[in-house]
Design a protein around this ligand. Structure first.
Ligand SMILES: [Zn+2]
Length: 176
């Protein structure tokens, strides 16, 4: 290999490593300690006053697309689809506890599913997008879009809270 080829190879390796680091830096957090919430007391923040610029600075691009702009993650891709650890799932934007792991079930839909939400954690809104009438779920504290709720869930509630993984962080009980 000529010196010029070796130099070119070194540049390519450096570029590839740089891209890998960039991807790691924007990877989506799945637990509270990995997230922006580890640096603050989420109970003392006025979350509804936060701007789009703030969310873009603390969330991953996929979290912004889904949680702040009411998108949907592709089914069977979310980090929490198969999470079985005990504890609670909190809002990935503001840290409010939303669901207890005890209410998680496998719905077969490709999104994390729960048959109940924690009290006063979620607000419901009528969503008429895509020619359907659905009930959209948002975090009661920061208005993050979470997913939708349907009436085809298991007992005891008969409800299926269909939630995007990127809108959730896992935490031991207590929310931290
Ligand atoms: Zn929230």
């Amino acid at each position: 290999m000529s010196p010029r080829l070796i130099a070119l190879f070194a540049v390519l390796v450096t570029l590839a490593a740089g891209l890998g680091l960039a991807r790691a830096a924007t990877a989506t957090a799945t637990t509270v300690p990995e997230s922006h919430l580890a640096q603050l007391d989420p109970d003392t923040v006025d979350w509804k006053a936060k701007t789009a610029d703030y969310w873009a600075s603390v969330l991953s691009p996929e979290q912004v697309r889904v949680c702040r702009d009411a998108g949907t993650e592709r089914p069977f891709t979310g980090a929490h689809l198969h999470t079985q650890d005990k504890g609670v799932f909190v809002c990935s934007s503001c840290g409010l506890p939303l669901f207890d792991k005890k209410t998680k079930f496998d719905s077969g839909t490709g999104w994390p599913s729960f048959y109940d939400a924690l009290p006063d954690a979620i607000s419901e809104h009528t969503d008429t997008a895509y020619g359907m009438v659905r009930t959209e779920l948002r975090c009661a504290r920061c208005d993050a879009h979470l997913g939708h709720v349907f009436n085809d869930g298991p007992p005891p509630t008969g409800k299926r809270y269909c939630i995007n993984s990127v809108c959730l962080l896992h935490a031991p009980k207590g929310g931290k």
